[in-house]
Write a protein that binds this ligand. Structure first.
Ligand code: MG
Length: 257
């Protein structure tokens, strides 16, 4: 069942989303060659707790993961890591693609967003991948209009990513969001226009294309969390929490300082 949010609820989600965006912005500004992802994680957790909010990923334990709850505030996924990387003490290196995903729970409502950046000097392949993934997300957001169908959003994302010569991950998808981090409907990054549920005012969706340079196949690592590409090629991930309002799509997780 897709839960429609009232104006008051969307107001609360704006606050959760705003903090999510601010945290990502702060972490992106700090990320550089030699910095570790555990340092970034500490910055993010402090910012969230200082606002009286809760890091939504820390302690998260879905049924499909058998090795214990997620231990951190950020997911930090580097190069061939697609999503759910655990922050650690490895210093970031020149040319790394770093995908950072975070979630915030504030006043009972969630925000969820991700961004990929290139550390140090970018190479052409990384630049092209990151740009295409961001463009795919933007295309999905532009399709978040009441009266459209969910398949229009999925198809818009897929079309942009594949037109750039990349593949979209199918194993993991976006989702509805609200009083829970993951609500209905699932939002695949692939699909056919004109299919799926009709979008309505009050729906809030987390769109999150995961785009690979090589094939779309992914696999879980030994820690059960970190997901990598099966072929070892690099991957990027962008996400926004988006509300469908009377004036169209509203991005709730804008990355402002
Ligand atoms: Mg998400």
């Amino acid at each position: 069942m897709i839960i429609l949010k009232s104006r008051e609820e969307i107001d609360k989600m704006r606050r959760a989303g705003k903090l999510t965006g601010r945290v990502l912005r702060a972490v992106v500004d700090k990320a550089d060659v030699g910095v570790t992802t555990i340092e970034l994680d500490r910055i993010a957790e402090k910012m969230i707790r200082d606002e009286g909010a809760v890091p939504a990923f820390k302690g998260y334990q879905p049924e499909f993961v058998k090795c214990g709850p997620f231990p951190a505030t950020l997911c930090t996924s580097i190069n061939d890591e697609v999503v759910h990387g655990i922050p650690d003490g490895r210093p970031l290196a020149d040319g790394d693609i770093l995908s950072i995903d975070t979630g915030v729970e504030m006043d009972g409502y969630f925000g969820d967003a991700a961004v990929s950046i290139i550390i140090g000097r970018p190479d052409k392949g990384a630049t092209s991948l990151v740009l295409a993934t961001r463009n795919a997300l933007d295309a999905g957001i532009n399709a978040c209009i009441a009266g459209n169908r969910l398949g229009d959003v999925s198809s818009a994302i897929q079309t942009v990513a594949e037109a750039a010569g990349f593949s979209v991950v199918r194993r993991f998808v976006g989702h509805g969001i609200g009083r829970q981090m993951h609500e209905d409907p699932p939002v695949p990054n692939y699909g056919s226009p004109g299919t799926g549920p009709v979008l309505k005012q009050g729906m809030v969706l987390a769109l999150e294309p995961m785009v690979n340079i090589g094939t779309s196949d992914v696999e879980a690592s030994a820690d059960c969390w970190r997901v990598t590409t099966r072929d070892g090629a690099r991957s990027a991930h962008f996400e926004h929490t988006v509300a469908i309002t009377e004036s169209g799509a509203e991005v709730l997780t804008v990355q402002e300082a």
